[in-house]
Design a protein around this ligand. Sequence first.
Ligand code: 13P
Length: 304
Amino acid sequence: MEENKQAIIERIQELKILRNAVILAHNYQIDEVQDVADFVGDSFELSRIAAQSGADVIVFCGVHFMAEGVAILAPDRIVLLPEIKAGCPLADMITVEALREKKKQHPDAMVVTYINSPAAVKAESDICVTSSNAVRIVNSLETDEVLFVPDMNLGSFVAGQTDKRVILWDGYCVTHHRVTLADAAAARKSHPDAVIMVHPECRPDVVKAADYVFSTGGMIKFARETDHQKIIVGTEMGLVYRLQKENPEKQFYLLSQGLICPNMKYTNLEKVSKALETLQPRITVPQTIRDLARRPLERMLAAV
Ligand code: 13P
């Protein structure tokens, strides 16, 4: 088994050179995929790396909207998503038709779209955000009214840190939304000397009960820099692997065992190798949508 795994890793390394490819992995990917990646990061970091990459082939180990974002920013590159089934239920909670209707009700609002959204929705937006820059970007906008889509929890988090009127959409990340205040209280009871950090996709009451709120990239940075030795982690379980690997002297506890995103677990070494071998499944975005969706993404990249 181990020998077989080593052979797949070696094949991936060969194919990477042959294809002039780069492998990007989101912080929620399984351990062995994180280990084989050239870069592991949060949504914003990976978008920026993809936009600047000189590789001909970008293998995106994450979920569909992330690879789609790369296909928008780097249309001349071959963008591969090793498992085509890897979707995002939150991104599926909005359609472009529904957004157009809502925009009619709020004609003066700027549309701020979380990166966890379909390309066609981005194409109807003024600016994109990720969890690492949403507050800063909303506060920098010239408008008093913002239509924030599709994550109501991240939207509420932003609304609490701005004077702007924030109109929410009723979408949510099923994994983070599953975490309850009772889970947070139980985690604190089990580890009374630990601090709690959560992702802003968690419910507002969970966010309020936490000590810190960060994107996954923010959590990595905090864990590296803090003097706290014990940290309860309120985001998808994949992040704990990287936190523990980078900070072996500290202890990390997953806030709730429900913090698992099945879509992020579909990708494995075999699928990465096969994608590089076959150059499939390839993610592309129709040019008309791509041309419109590029602006809000580039606006986000330029804003931070
Ligand atoms: P980050 O940008 O914090 O990595 O979040 C991505 C995501 O999809 C959270 O569920």
